[in-house]
Design a protein around this ligand. Structure first.
Ligand SMILES: [Zn+2]
Length: 307
């Protein structure tokens, strides 16, 4: 049996907010409760959006809260050579093709009933001959897309049970490397989780729909599939989902009002690990942890209001 290994993988495009901290806390408690390893990965693969000072702020914030990790933090911005090797492998095996479509072209082809974020690619470039692709590449750098199968991919989520998606119909061929040369989130996450020996992925329910794509990539690359636990989203007192724009509930504001045990105790209570709010350190929460206690429905903040 591999050592239980969990990770927290923030995107440092802003200060951590309570939703991020809840996710880090549950990921941490789950593996520490099993005596396992915990890793930190900075998901700054979108390099221009993630300046290094924000990554350092993330690390400082996590340390202030009491988190420890067992290896030096991994920075995705430093791993493009690794991602390139796996992209080359998939390209060499015929799973990837260049896409020259502009954003405007993609939007004009989108079915009108789908939102901006759910454009299923219509495979416009999938049948270009190598000569046609080479001609187009003279004037425009292509994105690289993974050809997905006509197949339902399913998995059992630790909290939400069996999940499934028909990749070709519901998702479409997705991008592994953007036309600006930056690597796609799905490829980076799958490669990093596998090479780090991650056995358990704990993350927000908002990312659940990306998981079938990652499972398919894992299968193609021969990686072992980790256990997935997607956690409910954290809502404020008005029932709105917390987001990066909520600066009154990010750590810069919270740290002025609460100590780390006060923040962690409130989050543990919101998640269902404790009956009533009281200050708790991360270490003190480890023996209390049990996925059976964690609520499945959206979570409401206990004892923290907006200012
Ligand atoms: Zn295209």
């Amino acid at each position: 049996m591999p050592i239980p290994t969990g990770r927290f993988a923030p995107t440092p495009s802003g200060r951590l907010h309570l939703g991020n901290i809840l996710c880090a806390m549950l990921a941490y408690l789950s593996v520490r409760h099993e005596g396992g390893r915990f890793l930190l990965r900075i998901e700054d693969v979108d390099i221009p959006r993630c300046p290094r000072r924000l990554a350092q702020q993330c690390i400082d914030d996590l340390q202030w809260l009491g988190f420890t990790w067992d290896e030096a933090p991994l920075y995705q911005s430093e791993r493009t050579e690794v991602y390139r090797q796996y992209l080359d492998q998939l390209t060499g095996r015929g799973h990837v093709y260049p896409c020259f479509c502009t954003r405007a072209q993609l939007m004009s082809l989108a079915a009108p009933n789908l939102g901006d974020t759910q454009v299923v690619y219509q495979r416009t470039c999938a049948s270009l001959t190598p000569e046609e692709a080479a001609e187009k590449a003279k004037t425009r750098a292509p994105a690289m897309r993974l050809r997905v199968p006509e197949e339902v991919i399913s998995f059992e989520d630790g909290l939400f049970g069996v999940q499934q998606e028909h990749l070709a119909r519901d998702c479409g061929d997705f991008i592994l490397r953007r036309s600006d040369g930056l690597y796609g989130y799905q490829l980076a996450v799958v490669v990093d989780d596998a090479l780090s020996g991650v056995t358990e992925v704990v993350r927000g329910r908002d990312i659940l729909s990306a998981t079938p794509r990652q499972l398919y990539l894992q299968r193609l690359l021969g990686f072992v599939q980790p256990q997935y636990v997607h956690i409910p989203l954290l809502m404020d007192a008005q029932g709105r989902r917390l987001a990066k724009r909520d600066q009154d509930l990010d750590l810069s504001a919270l740290a002025k009002r609460f100590s780390p045990p006060e923040i962690l105790g409130r989050l543990a209570c919101s998640a269902g690990l404790m009956e009533e709010v009281r200050p708790m350190t991360l270490e003190a929460l480890i023996p209390l942890f049990d996925w059976e206690k964690v609520k499945r429905e959206d979570l409401h903040l206990s004892g923290i209001d907006r200012e």
